[in-house]
Design a protein around this ligand. Structure first.
Ligand code: CA2
Length: 147
């Protein structure tokens, strides 16, 4: 089973800017956490980041060819991107929406997710631990999909 963890805009800055909001964990640290969980769960992990909306759309299309599920932290595009929502709808594999922060405890514009209605589920507010949680959730879902 293959799972792609896809990260959106500005997440490449994790650990370098605004530690009060996003912590000191870097994107490389998050990848390491995911790889450990993937090994425990017996799945193969891909990990990518882009600041470009279209690149994220292409990555979702590509995932349909060679992945079984996608974990997507779409960053700010979560709240704005009809293109990402349409891409998620178009592919036939499950997508989990993931956030480091509890977006519902933040500004009102972050309470809206364009993508949540077309995702399998949402994990938000658990900081870095949300990443391995999402890998575990996707691996379990792929092994035994809930009805
Ligand atoms: O909580 C999350 O994971 C978010 O997806 C993070 C996005 C934000 O727009 C979403 O509402 C929630 C922002 C990521 C920005 O990451 C930075 C990291 C370091 C410094 C500045 C931004």
């Amino acid at each position: 089973m293959r799972i792609l963890v896809l990260n959106g805009p500005n997440l490449n800055l994790l650990g370098q800017r605004e530690p009060a909001i996003y912590g000191t964990t870097t994107l490389a640290d998050l990848e390491a956490l995911c790889r450990s969980e993937a090994e425990r769960s017996g799945v193969t992990l891909g990990f990518a980041q882009s600041n470009q909306e279209g690149v994220l759309v292409d990555a979702l299309h590509g995932a349909m060819e060679d992945q079984d599920g996608v974990i997507l932290n779409a960053g700010a595009y979560t709240h704005t991107s009809v293109a990402l929502r349409d891409a998620i709808s178009a592919i036939s594999i499950p997508v989990i929406e993931l956030h480091l922060s509890n977006t519902h405890a933040r500004e009102a514009f972050r309470h809206v997710s364009m993508i949540a209605p077309v995702c399998l589920g949402v994990i938000a507010g658990f900081g870095a631990q949300g990443y391995p949680l999402a890998v575990r959730a996707m691996a379990d879902h792929l092994k035994a999909p809930a009805p």
